[in-house]
Write a protein that binds this ligand. Structure first.
Ligand SMILES: NC(=O)c1ccc[n+]([C@@H]2O[C@H](COP(=O)([O-])OP(=O)(O)OC[C@H]3O[C@@H](n4cnc5c(N)ncnc54)[C@H](O)[C@@H]3O)[C@@H](O)[C@H]2O)c1
Length: 267
């Protein structure tokens, strides 16, 4: 059964290899969606990476649009939404996936830049996209938004203040949108992944190992403390996003779905 036949789906932060955004694009495309693949395009290599993902989606027999979008820039977000409407005429699903690990680090050493960039990407950027798509969803009779928060959006661990505080904000943003726009048949949920085997996680764990005086291997082991005893693959989180975006979850809204392999989320 195809869960997204002809739906129009925007995914942010979808250009990076082995990332959850890319996995979401491919899974939604497999389910028949027309996909808008977006990510930072600060140079030719980044623009190419977005186009490669869009072409891979098209190889599955769906239409796609590849757009460079810095989500912290309201004008770029609005241009992306306008281009999507021009090409496809509607927006059924928004996957706010883009994120940054810049906010990790020992609390007393955290800089204004770490706080500002974490806020700008996780909250301001996700908010810009929600503000830009919701009027279209209202006009067409509904839609679904899925935000990528984190297990660190509901509980805390050391060395992650700016990341954690802003991911808690993503859960809050999710709930307020669900509360405010339920009457427009717009559902909003978030996924809260634990450890996912992506480039971002590898980079973060390298730093964590350094701060904790442990090896990278020990850092992975620490990150993978959960009942299933391993990290998720990006596709496994994409599956949770697909569920939340689809009609299978037609009565699920305002939820923060843990995708952690039954980890103890901590404090
Ligand atoms: N990897 C994990 O273990 C893990 C766990 C929980 C939550 N998350 C969250 O999942 C999401 C995806 O992360 P990932 O691990 O797949 O990493 P990733 O590096 O593959 O994805 C992050 C993407 O966000 C993009 N991005 C960053 N700043 C941006 C901006 N200003 N505008 C547009 N795009 C921007 C990056 O270019 C990148 O493509 C993030 O929100 C992350 O915080 C990751």
């Amino acid at each position: 059964m195809k869960l997204m036949q002809d739906k129009v789906v925007i995914v942010t932060g979808a250009g990076r290899e082995r990332g959850m955004g890319q996995a979401a694009v491919m899974l939604f495309a497999e389910h028949g969606a027309r996909v808008v693949v977006t990510d930072l395009a600060r140079n030719a290599a980044e623009q190419d990476a977005i186009e490669v993902v869009a072409q891979a989606a098209e190889a599955l027999g769906v239409e796609s649009l590849a757009l460079g979008v810095d989500i912290t820039d309201r004008a770029q977000v609005e241009a992306c939404v306008a281009d999507t409407i021009k090409r496809f005429g509607r927006i059924d699903v928004l996957i706010n996936n883009a994120g940054t690990a810049i906010g990790a680090g020992p609390f007393l050493e955290q800089t204004d830049t770490q706080w500002d960039v974490s806020y700008n990407v996780h909250l301001k950027g996700a908010n810009y996209f929600c503000q830009a798509v919701i009027p279209h969803m209202q006009a067409q009779g509904g839609g679904a938004i899925v935000n990528n928060a984190s297990m660190l959006g509901v509980a805390a661990e050391p060395f992650s203040a700016a990341y954690t505080a802003t991911k808690f904000g993503v859960v809050g943003l999710t709930k307020v949108i669900a509360a405010e726009f339920g009457g427009d048949n717009i559902r909003c949920n978030c996924v809260c992944p634990g450890s996912v085997a992506t480039q971002m996680q590898e980079e973060g764990l390298k730093q964590f190992a350094e701060w904790s005086g442990i090896t990278l291997e020990e850092a992975w082991k620490d990150a993978e403390r959960c009942a299933l005893g391993r990290s998720a693959q990006p596709e496994e989180v994409a599956g949770a996003m697909l569920y939340l975006a689809s009609d299978l979850a037609s009565y699920v809204s305002g939820d923060a779905l843990m995708v952690t392999g039954a980890a103890n989320p901590g404090v």
